[in-house]
Design a protein around this ligand. Structure first.
Ligand code: G16
Length: 544
């Protein structure tokens, strides 16, 4: 077949280094950008096959999100804007790792297994972040799409959630919105203005927000969006990419893990600040207290704020819809306790990775999902959206119920339901704070985080660590869980777990306890156990 000849020829331009084996990680392939050209070409091929199979547009985003600038990666987007189905991750791995001469066989294998009609048209949307390597790597994706005769639309520089949004808009024939960047700005800003327009006497201080753009794509895009917000939000942008390096000493991951303000953000006491990550699919908030103490409001605090707001509106609207919050093992123990015991909402725990949380959240009328690192969104079932809409249009209902339904309706429009979205989440948080008349301090005071610490340990092969129970316990290597248990017992209100990262070549260690000293000591002791029992390399972890 002519298509296969074309693949053969073009793949020679994107050759695979012999013997290189890459793992499909938490959110796709991710490693040093120099190793990824062949992977990108092949993901272009795979996306085309997936499009033929689903008869829908598929997305490919070239980004390594929170990783250092030298890395890059790829995220595949399924028809409704969600992450590609796990069954196809296996094909992605097969294609990425097939040696040059085996590529056609691997490709034909996918076609056969999935019974794909090669006569079917294919359409792939491609986007990229601001890394220097993203230009050539996204071209490699496009080459892969064209080699199999697929149609492509290159969105160029967009945030990851913007690309997810475009795919969903396209496949819903515009019902979700218009598949353009301007359409995205219009939909979100209109919803934001509708939500905030009736809030009385919002002062300039209340409208002010400091944004750390992580020197990445989020900075560019939030600037583009500003005019659409008509001064209802007044942003001061830092780390806009004009001089600093992507994610270096800034961005959501840095702020969350280091528990300190990013470089370059000049904040005065009590000012609200937020940080995006490198592809703007995560956000965390923070402020400086009166004594200069740094206060972090992470994904758990965001989930609490949003679910409290939604629950209140549901009560006011008299709508009987089940709301749940989905978290991962990284969720602070205090947040889970607050949600379950005080707010009385259902809480679920899944493995790390948006695809797992997204899936769990789909089981409820309203599923609020957030990873502690700030990656998350809210999903509304179709039935829930219809009930809200019906009530919002019902002129016979009383004012309070109608007002609540209208707020819910605009809230639905403000949320990017395809994936976590720093810009959409930021607007939602700002709207909720305005509507509820809350300061950042009042939001922070909803519950008090247990002190916690995250560390990374280098091991020879992180795959030796196997976990169970939504990553809260290890099953291998032998003795590691017992070692963790014995150390946890020494501290009050303590908890700790370890898991191999799916985006970096490290093992992640999480610990929490009643004091920061205890959380730090526990994290260090567990790191040592990992180092000793799981094949640590380099220097032994040192205490802080
Ligand atoms: C990706 C995933 C997130 C995950 C994060 C860290 O985020 O989308 O779900 O929490 O990686 O994963 P790990 O701990 O396995 O390295 P991003 O923002 O980097 O794409």
């Amino acid at each position: 077949m002519a298509q296969f000849e074309e693949v053969s020829q073009k793949s020679a331009v994107h050759p695979k280094p012999v013997g290189l084996v890459l793992q499909y990680g938490t959110a796709g392939f991710r490693t040093n950008s120099k190793q990824l050209d062949h992977v990108m070409f092949r993901m272009g091929l795979l996306a085309t096959l997936r499009s033929k199979k689903t008869k829908a547009t598929i997305g490919v985003m070239v980004t390594a999100s929170h990783n250092p600038e030298e890395d890059n990666g790829v995220k595949l987007v399924d028809p409704m804007g969600e992450m590609v189905t796990p069954a196809w991750e296996v094909y992605a791995t097969q294609l990425a790792n097939a040696e040059q001469e085996e590529l056609l066989t691997a490709l034909k294998d996918v076609i056969e297994r999935e019974a794909i009609s090669m006569a079917q048209e294919a359409s792939v949307f491609v986007g990229k972040d601001t890394r220097p390597s993203s230009d050539s790597l996204s071209q490699a994706v496009l080459d892969g799409v064209h080699a199999l005769g697929g149609h492509s639309k290159d969105y160029g520089l967009v945030t990851t959630p913007q690309l997810h949004y475009m795919v969903c808009c396209q496949n819903t024939q515009g019902r979700y919105g218009e598949a353009t960047v301007k359409g995205y700005y219009r939909k979100l800003s209109q919803a934001f203005i509708q939500l905030t327009k009736n809030v009385p006497n919002r002062t300039d201080d209340q409208k002010a927000l400091l944004v750390d753009g992580a020197n990445g794509i989020g900075a560019l895009k939030v600037c583009e969006m500003e005019t659409y917000l008509k001064n209802e939000l007044q942003l001061s942008l830092f780390n806009d990419g004009s001089s600093g390096k992507l994610n270096h000493l800034c961005g959501a991951d840095y702020v969350k893990v280091q528990q300190r303000a990013p470089k370059g953000v000049e904040m005065t006491a009590g000012e609200r600040c937020c940080s995006y990550d490198g592809d703007a699919d995560r956000i965390v908030y923070y402020y400086s207290g009166s004594a200069g103490r740094f206060h972090l409001l992470d994904g758990d605090k965001i989930a609490t704020l949003i679910s409290t707001y939604l629950k209140e509106l549901l009560t006011q609207a008299g709508l009987d819809l089940q709301i749940a919050v989905v978290q991962t093992a990284y969720a602070n123990g205090s947040s889970t306790q607050y949600l379950e015991d005080t707010m009385k909402v259902i809480v679920r725990c899944t493995k790390t990775g948006v695809k797992h949380l997204h899936h769990a959240a789909q089981e409820f009328d309203i599923g609020v999902y957030f990873e502690a690192n700030g990656h998350g969104t809210v999903l509304f079932s179709k039935a829930a959206e219809e009930k809200i809409q019906k009530l919002a249009q019902d002129s016979n209902t009383n004012d309070e119920r109608r007002r609540a339904a209208l707020l819910l309706q605009n809230t639905v429009n403000l949320i990017n339901q395809t994936v976590g979205d720093a810009i959409s989440d930021m607007l939602l948080i700002e709207a909720v704070l305005a509507i509820r008349g809350m300061t950042v301090q009042q939001w922070d005071a909803i519950y008090t985080d247990l002190p916690n610490r995250q560390l990374k340990v280098k091991v020879a092969d992180r795959r030796v660590i196997d976990t169970t129970d939504a990553e809260r316990r290890t099953v291998s290597p032998a003795g590691l869980q017992e070692a963790i248990d014995s150390r946890v017992k020494k501290y009050r209100r303590a908890r700790s777990f370890v898991r191999p990262s799916g985006t970096e070549d490290v093992v992640r260690v999480y610990a929490e306890a009643d004091t920061q000293e205890s959380a730090d000591a526990l994290a260090h002791e567990v790191s040592l156990a990992v180092y000793r029992l799981a094949g640590g390399v380099g220097e032994e972890p040192k205490s802080r």
